[in-house]
Design a protein around this ligand. Structure first.
Ligand SMILES: Nc1ncnc2c1ncn2[C@@H]1O[C@H](COP(=O)(O)OP(=O)(O)OP(=O)(O)O)[C@@H](O)[C@H]1O
Ligand SMILES: [Mg+2]
Length: 358
């Protein structure tokens, strides 16, 4: 639940918002492309709220047939419809004292939008077929990957509900807008996958790092996670190769065909840093020694490339799958673990790469 990884300014802004909205009881609207972490964000908000001991109940409005959704959400009384042989509590009630995560809220039928709005305004509702007005203390976090403003324009979504839900709004940026986060996450996912498969994979080849950096990730974090887990299974050596990742270049970022000298230099430095961070699990002394730079130069470079928080992710103990990690970016401490048992070398001193910089 607390597994949000990221160090880019875009995701750090999200972490800040999560911390802020978690202290309130108001509804939250999460928007973002598929796989950007909306559900994980909802869980993170719940886990940081006063409701954390209560239930977190997800319901996907798009995955449930329209005819069943009202009863799933609000419950029904016995005999409310054919097959309603006994009274049933809905997800809204099940989430009492906790949080209801209303996924794909844009798919809610207009009649249910009215019912939801009424609940958000007064905390009351009726079960399907019920006369009694019920009250439940449930916080609602809604998510959508469709443009609700456009849906309002087409009269498919109520404007009043939109404003009620979206007082607190968090937009999850696509992975392609999160700078070095794809690499950072790739390393974390790699360590997680290695811990569960017991393979001897230790890092990514330079070519694989290039592929990770260049891909535009239309499926966002979910795609990245799946690619890395698959690559670990497919890999035969100590490094994940470009082939293992199977990123064929179709979805590459549009970039200039020729790197400037400065851009090439920065690319090489980033690659070396990422490689060293992976190999040495964020152990700064070893990294500095391997790259033949002082620790202060190392910290400066990590900051320059937005990688300084990477160590938090890498030094969390994830040798067992049960281990819980704090989100990088929200977490405040990162203790060095002694996971690294074998000395290894990145090979190229950073200073020799730095010589081309101006
Ligand atoms: N910041 C993050 N750090 C680590 N893992 C993440 C992060 N964001 C998302 N993930 C992982 O990516 C996958 C997709 O996340 P999630 O299901 O929350 O996305 P979503 O926005 O709800 O997607 P969809 O719109 O398709 O439902 C999950 O496995 C989740 O754990
Ligand atoms: Mg989701």
């Amino acid at each position: 639940m607390d597994d949000m990884v990221g160090a880019s300014s875009a995701i750090c802004a999200v972490f800040d918002k999560i911390a802020k909205v978690a202290t309130t009881e108001m509804p939250v609207l999460l928007t973002g492309e598929t796989g950007t972490g909306k559900e994980l964000t909802a869980q993170a908000i719940h886990a940081r709220s006063v409701r954390k001991q209560g239930p977190f109940v997800p319901i996907n409005c798009a995955a449930i047939p329209e005819t069943l959704l009202e009863s799933e959400l609000f419950g029904h009384e016995r005999g409310a419809f054919t097959g309603a042989v006994q009274q049933k509590r809905g997800k809204l009630e099940a989430a009492g004292g906790g949080t209801l995560f209303l996924d794909e809220v844009g798919d809610l039928l207009p009649s249910l939008q009215v019912k939801l709005l009424r609940f958000l305004q007064g905390g009351t509702f009726e079960r399907v077929g019920g006369q009694e007005t019920l009250h439940v203390d449930t916080r609602v976090i809604a998510a959508t990957n469709v443009d609700l403003k456009a849906a309002i324009g087409q009269n498919r979504f109520r404007e009043d509900l939109y404003y009620r839900l979206g007082v607190l709004h968090i937009h999850l940026p696509p992975l392609r807008d999160r700078g070095g986060d794809a690499l950072l996450m790739a390393m974390v996912f790699l360590q997680q996958a290695v811990a569960t498969t017991h393979k001897a994979v230790r890092g990514f080849s330079a070519q694989a790092i290039d592929a990770l950096r260049m891909h535009s990730w239309p499926g966002n974090v979910r795609e990245l996670s799946n690619r890395v887990r698959r690559a670990v299974v497919m890999s035969e050596g100590e490094e994940i190769t470009g082939q293992d990742l199977d990123l064929d270049g179709e979805d590459r970022h549009a970039t200039d065909s020729l790197d400037s000298l400065r851009a090439a230099h920065q690319r090489i430095e980033t690659e070396l840093l990422v490689k060293a961070l992976t190999l040495h699990r964020g152990n700064m002394s070893r990294i500095a020694r391997d790259l033949q730079v002082s620790r202060s130069t190392l910290y400066r470079k990590l900051k320059q490339y937005g990688l300084e928080k990477i160590t938090l992710a890498l030094t969390q103990p994830i040798a067992t799958t049960k281990a819980r990690r704090k989100p990088v970016g929200i977490s405040d401490t990162g203790k060095n673990s002694s996971m690294m048992t074998k000395e290894c070398s990145v090979g190229t001193p950073l200073e020799s790469a730095s010589q081309v910089s101006s």
